[in-house]
Design a protein around this ligand. Structure first.
Ligand code: GAR
Length: 201
């Protein structure tokens, strides 16, 4: 299954996928292209270093429908069958999501449905929760919404700031994301995000 990875920033989750690929642990998933909506995103260099095609599809200056049309065209040019949002900081419209049903997954740094949106680690600190974590989920048209596939919890320490907490959460994202991408490619995920074998849904 050919994946397109959409990024906006640093790309440590992309790097976890590239490292798993280099170890031979991602197959039958292939990374066909990495696309950033931000021209100078460091994630792009990670793709290039790994020998994966990297493209920029900017959102700035375009209507949402036009941005998504160009994004869809770029994914189609690379034969993409499934999409990973790996720190992609744009909400996709229902029309875009409908074109890839149960074929778009997202990683988010909280135990959803808690703390969707921006700065999830800072939101966790502001609420004083003692546990937070990482969620990998299928994407629907809501903000960080859709069937949950996998979660991992991490403790919130008394001396955490948003940076140290986010770093602890990201270690779990980096561990989970390649596992889930491989399972999706192998047809081992049900529509509800549960692990199955030979699922016909
Ligand atoms: C990740 O922690 C990801 O979960 C988060 O952005 C970070 C990107 O880091 N995404 C969201 O908050 C989406 N709502 P990375 O560029 O180093 O992978």
């Amino acid at each position: 299954m050919k994946f397109g990875v959409l990024v906006s920033g640093t790309g440590t989750n992309l790097q976890a996928l590239l490292d798993a690929r280099a170890r031979g642990e991602l197959a039958p998933a292939e990374i066909a292209v990495v696309i950033s909506n931000v021209r100078d995103a460091p994630a792009l260099a990670r793709a290039t270093t790994a020998g994966v095609p990297a493209e920029v599809v900017e959102h700035r200056g375009f209507e949402r429908a036009e941005f998504e049309r160009r994004l869809g065209d770029a994914l189609a040019r690379h034969g993409v069958e499934a999409v990973v949002l790996a720190g992609f900081m744009r909400v996709l419209t229902a029309a875009f999501v409908a074109r890839h049903p149960l074929r778009i997954i997202n990683t988010h740094p909280s135990l959803l449905p808690a703390f969707p949106g921006l700065d999830a680690a800072a939101q966790a600190l502001a609420h004083g929760v003692k546990l937070t974590g990482a969620t990998i989920h299928f994407v629907d048209a809501s903000l960080d919404g859709g069937p949950i596939i996998a979660q991992a919890a991490v403790p919130v320490m008394d001396d955490d700031d948003a940076r140290t907490l986010h770093a602890r959460i990201q270690r779990e994202e980096h561990r989970l994301l390649p596992i889930i991408v491989r399972r999706l490619a192998a047809g081992q995920l049900s529509c509800q995000g549960r692990l199955v074998r030979g699922c016909a849904e």
